[in-house]
Design a protein around this ligand. Structure first.
Ligand SMILES: *Cc1c(COP(=O)(O)O)cnc(C)c1O
Length: 373
């Protein structure tokens, strides 16, 4: 397998065996699942470089069928436009400076309006093209958005503007990943109370991945799948729909050194692991500088040549150590899966006090190798 280093100044093949394999077919499968289970149009959320999967390649793989994309900021949107993506792109936090409005217009972007200062800037602007805006309600997340009692007035101000062609009503869930928590229903009720009093119908968008998979009765014209596109479950417990997701990324590397140690010998920084019996230690070319979590505990799962093993000792910057004692066939050059279909990223993340979102976003240095068959 050949891969180019992510460094532009070194156009040589990557010799170090660490790789992130990205399965674009699995990405499309997960996107279709989001649309199918919601019965809604779906904006594929590709912010943060598609959660570490590569925004341009992922958007290109989805463009033929995607209803649109969502990103965090204009820089991310322009990267997609420059790569030739023509589908609608929504800026999830709208603009940060009124000076962005000109670029937003030139590149036909949709954007979220979440604050009074944005509303005022839109009232002052005189765009030459009709705008599609998504007006955000703070139905209980308490981060951004108009409070329910202020929402109808904000909407009326947008509708009074000649250059506003369409407004989609949106909100965002704080606890949709907690399937037995009532907070999501309370947020929906707060949203619906306002919407039902508007005297006019609008398209609505409330659901992120846990909303799509876990809250089927929430009204949706548009859904906003992120983590589920990449095949990781947003839930801590098993869920029948989440089981249908296919992992998109396989983080893999190889064993680059092997040693046998007698009982009582420590492994790695700080001697966190001390052998209780003679052990065979494999050293893997992968570390926290690649994005593998430094907080992985002893015993965290890892697969070597398709067989389960465990981390032993602290994760270092460029290497980590695994237990080969019960895998006599494994050795130098053995293939190691850090996460993927054998080690679900959500399971590893949970053992490390993290979430799969963060594992993916932290990916660095490792070349990505795409497959689409
Ligand atoms: C990031 C984001 C999403 C996607 O969330 P997932 O949990 O990854 O599906 C959806 N909506 C908004 C507003 C977001 O910021």
């Amino acid at each position: 397998m050949r891969a180019s280093l992510p460094y532009s100044y070194k156009r040589i093949p990557a010799m170090r065996p660490a790789r992130a394999l990205i399965d674009l077919k699995a990405l499309r499968h997960n996107y279709r699942l989001a649309r199918e289970v919601s019965g809604a149009r779906a904006l594929a959320v590709v912010k943060a470089d598609a959660y570490g999967h590569g925004a341009v390649r992922c958007a290109q793989a989805l463009e033929a069928e995607a209803d649109g994309f969502a990103v965090a900021c204009i820089e991310e949107a322009l990267e997609l436009r420059e790569a030739g993506i023509r589908a609608p792109i929504l800026l999830l936090e709208g603009f940060f400076e009124a000076s962005e409005l000109e670029l937003i217009e030139r590149h036909d972007l949709w954007y979220v309006v979440h604050s009074a200062w944005q509303l005022e800037a839109i009232e002052r602007a005189r765009p030459g093209k009709p705008l599609t805006l998504w007006l955000k309600m703070d139905s209980g997340m308490h981060r951004v958005g108009f409070f329910p009692q202020d929402y109808a007035a904000a909407l009326a101000r947008l509708q009074a503007l000649p250059h506003v062609a369409k407004v989609v009503l949106m909100s965002h869930f704080a606890r949709a990943d907690e399937l037995d928590c009532r907070r999501t229903e309370e947020q929906v009720a707060a949203f619906e109370a306002v919407r039902s009093g508007l005297g006019q119908t609008f398209e609505v968008s409330l659901r992120n991945s846990p909303g799509i998979l876990g809250w089927p009765s929430v009204p949706s014209d548009w859904v906003r799948p992120g983590i589920m596109l990449y095949g990781a479950t947003p839930f801590e417990q098993d869920h029948p729909l989440a089981d249908q997701l296919r992992p998109v990324m396989t983080l893999e590397s190889q064993v680059i050194s092997v040693r046998e140690l007698p009982a009582g010998e420590p492994v790695g920084y700080g001697a966190r692991f001390v052998a209780e019996r003679p052990v065979r230690v494999g050293v893997v070319a992968m570390g926290y500088a690649d994005g593998y979590p430094r907080h992985a505990p002893d015993g965290a799962p890892i697969f070597i040549d398709g067989r389960p093993s465990r981390i032993m000792g602290r994760v270092s910057m460029d290497m980590l150590t695994v237990d080969l004692t019960d895998l006599p066939g494994a050795g130098l050059g053995s293939r190691v899966e850090l996460w993927g279909s054998q080690v679900p990223a959500s399971r590893l993340a949970s053992l490390c006090g993290s979430i799969p979102y963060q594992l993916f976003c932290n990916l660095k240095r490792v070349p990505r190798v795409y497959s689409d068959e």
